[in-house]
Design a binder for this molecule. Structure first.
Ligand SMILES: [Zn+2]
Length: 414
């Protein structure tokens, strides 16, 4: 395993950060927060730096409608004065990803002060960024250190904790999708990273009662799970270990909200609901015999290439061109020879395919955990329309090169 950045979790995060800057001689800084995270922690970080009389730019964004998109990135770059600085992200997903991108593209390092256990992306090298209406995972870099102020994490709003749990619990479906891509589609795979991702999801399920009461020990376990999940993606070099079919469904909803300029959809909430949907498909897979799978595959009909392209253009017009250009797996399966080979492979490796399903908990279990934290468990609760649910379920598998349960269930006609 590659070496990871130092991570501090406790009640002396700011003091540790100041010591870190002194040791590394970082005396020029650029702190980025939004108004909420500034109040929660950013202002205190800024005051501590100012007391040292270091040269600091403190840029506080308006949280209203804040996304990691062209507008936010330009705002931060505009506030930056183009001299070498240590960037400091004080916030959760959007702020951290914004700083991850802007520091990387301006050739500066950054450190992260997480303010909520809401995402798994703190330790990641990739930033989900929406450019030209398409949300994609863009290669940037990881923070050189993480300073986690535990009281801030424990006091973070409940809905953010529930969102983080939804993202973390997807580590019980995403690793299976990844392993299945390896078995069926020869995707690159790493057993150790797979186990680490899965462990992060299992641990979240174990400490859910403590998370509900913001018990510090459970919140530490949750943050560690989020960090581990980010390491899985960073170590593997892409998001495959921690982001599967459930993330693709969630990404479609997130993009739809963005296109409609609608607010209020949290990543982990969407991922959690989508993970319940994927777990339902895994449940059907668990109950399927090799023989019945063979019958279903025999009956399976893949729409022609032109029919699929027309459907993508009709249902996801804003990103259709990029999706088609990426030559997604399901589109490739319109070639009868390829489809035949894949069907044979699924049946040849049936026991292994089944083993990917066995580690996924039943949908009811995931639903119960998320519900107990006050998080949404249905698309309706997310504010997603019936039509958007259908489009995401039917087209999300075009989003990434992954042989997820979203594709397999299509082959089975579910
Ligand atoms: Zn995620």
């Amino acid at each position: 395993m590659p070496e990871h950045m130092p991570i501090m979790i406790g009640d002396k995060a700011i003091e540790k950060f100041i010591e870190f800057c002194q040791q590394k001689q970082y005396e020029k800084l650029m702190i980025v927060a939004d108004k909420n995270t500034a109040r929660a922690l950013g202002d205190r970080v800024f005051q501590a730096v100012k007391q040292k009389e270091w040269d600091v730019i403190y840029h506080v964004l308006d949280p209203e409608g804040l996304h990691t998109d062209e507008i936010t990135l330009t705002r931060v770059l505009n506030a930056y004065d183009a001299i070498p600085r240590l960037f400091v992200a004080v916030g959760s997903g959007t702020i951290t990803d914004t700083v991850r991108f802007t520091s990387h593209r301006s050739q500066n390092q950054f450190v992260s002060f997480p303010t909520a256990p809401s995402v798994d992306a703190y330790t990641s090298k990739n930033a989900p960024v929406t450019i030209n209406h398409l949300k994609g995972s863009i290669y940037c870099h990881a923070p050189i250190a993480i300073f986690t102020d535990l009281p801030t994490i424990c006091a973070s709003p409940k809905f953010l904790t529930a969102s983080g749990f939804g993202d973390l619990i997807s580590k019980l479906t995403a690793p299976s999708d990844w392993k299945m891509s390896h078995l069926i589609w020869d995707a690159d795979f790493d057993e150790e990273i797979y186990a680490s991702g899965l462990r992060a999801g299992q641990r979240a399920a174990e400490v859910v009662d403590g998370i509900r009461t913001a018990d510090p020990k459970s919140m530490i376990a949750m943050m560690e799970g989020q960090f581990a999940s980010g390491f899985c993606m960073a170590d593997f070099g892409n998001s495959a270990p921690a982001s599967g079919g459930e993330h693709h469904i969630a990404h479609v909803w997130e993009m739809m909200f963005h296109w409609e300029k609608k607010e209020g959809l949290y990543h982990g909430h969407a991922v959690g609901v989508a993970a319940i949907i994927c777990a339902e498909w895994y449940q059907r897979l668990k109950a399927l015999s090799r023989k019945d799978a063979g019958v279903l595959l025999e009956r399976s009909e893949i729409p022609s290439r032109s029919a699929q392209i027309a459907a993508i253009e009709k249902n996801l017009p804003r990103i259709a061109e990029e999706l088609i250009e990426s030559d997604p797996i399901y589109l490739q399966l319109s070639d009868p020879e390829k489809f035949k080979t894949i069907c044979e492979r699924i049946l040849d490796r049936w026991d292994d395919v089944q083993a990917t399903a066995v580690v996924v908990p039943d949908a009811d279990a995931i639903r119960g955990w998320i519900k107990s934290l006050g998080g949404p468990v249905t698309p309706q609760e997310l504010g997603v329309t019936k039509e958007q649910v259908e489009i995401a379920i039917d087209y999300a598998h075009y989003l990434r090169e992954r042989f997820s349960i979203n594709i397999l269930r299509k082959l089975f006609g579910w």
